[in-house]
Write a new protein. Structure first.
Length: 296
């Protein structure tokens, strides 16, 4: 396996492309937006610069990684002659089904089709292609170049050969693959999202404030980041979507999104990417923080 296509140049897509390219694979990064592609590659370059500054890689390593990546705005062009496609588009069922229908028409039957979905059924996605045994979930964690875990999700029809190939490939990326079965939320989000939702409920019910809730979980439970801050980094819209998928899949009210989460998403306060969530990430707050650091 030498040639990889990654669909989606956003946070997860560019992180996945970075990881494969740094491991020596040729990567064809695909996005319908030329601007998104430029931004994604700029992010990869910036992250590589940080690694050079920390002496984790050399300048030559950085250049080799960037040279391994090409960009495309057409799926049919980008998936030409690849061994694996990793779809990392927005967490939207209809969009993913549309993409996989395109992949079914534009890839050979030997090409493995993986999705980075964090909650949508692999079996449902695989139903969009004529040979569903080649479809598998490859759920990377954010930030992809740093986080070791990859959840490998078998759909109902995923073949043993495809599963074994992707498990071994993940190890070659210096990741730790964990095989799980196809149920709503898989393992990571089935456990994580109810915890985040309960933290939001705790805030909603006035038990404690944002800082206090996160501090209890960081200092009391040894979590590196509090659940509310983590939700901001994931994106409150993404958290809301995953909870809805789980609620729909299990028909259990414990997975229903907290009303506060729903209102924040409706208001556009979805975390880091919008500049505000449970915390304020606006430029004015950044400037204020820098000013405080220098004055001290």
């Amino acid at each position: 396996m030498k040639n990889i296509a990654v669909i989606g140049a956003g946070t997860m897509g560019n992180g996945i492309a970075h990881t494969f390219a740094q491991s020596g694979y040729k990567v064809q990064l695909i996005d319908i937006s030329e601007e998104s592609l430029k931004k994604g590659i700029a992010t990869i370059s910036k992250n590589l610069d940080r690694m050079v500054a920390k002496e984790k890689i050399s300048e030559a390593d950085k250049n080799d990684t960037l040279n391994n990546i090409s960009s495309h705005t057409e799926i049919s062009e980008g998936v030409n002659d690849v061994d694996l496609v990793v779809e990392a588009a927005t967490e939207n069922t209809e969009l993913k089904l549309k993409i996989f229908r395109h992949l079914d028409q534009n890839t050979s039957e030997d090409t493995i089709l993986a999705t980075n979905t964090s909650s949508i059924s692999i079996t449902q996605i695989a139903a969009a292609v004529s040979n569903p045994e080649r479809v598998i979930g490859m759920h990377f964690m954010n930030p992809v170049p740093i986080m070791k875990l990859v959840e490998i999700i078998r759909g109902y029809n995923t073949s043993d050969a495809v599963t074994e190939t992707i498990m071994e490939l993940s190890k070659k990326l210096h990741k730790v693959p964990v095989e799980v079965n196809d149920y709503p939320g898989f393992v990571a989000n089935r456990i994580l999202m109810p915890m985040i939702n309960e933290a939001i409920e705790t805030l909603y019910n006035g038990v404690a404030g944002v800082y206090e809730i996160d501090t209890v979980m960081k200092l009391g439970m040894a979590h590196p980041m509090g659940p509310l801050q983590l939700a901001d980094f994931i994106g409150l819209d993404v958290c809301h979507s995953i909870l809805e998928v789980m609620y729909d899949g299990f028909k259990n009210p414990k997975y229903a999104p907290c009303p506060l989460l729903t209102n924040m998403v409706r208001a556009g306060k979805i975390g880091v990417k919008s500049g505000e969530g449970f915390y304020d990430y606006s430029e004015s707050k950044k400037a204020e923080k820098v000013s405080t650091q220098f004055s001290s």
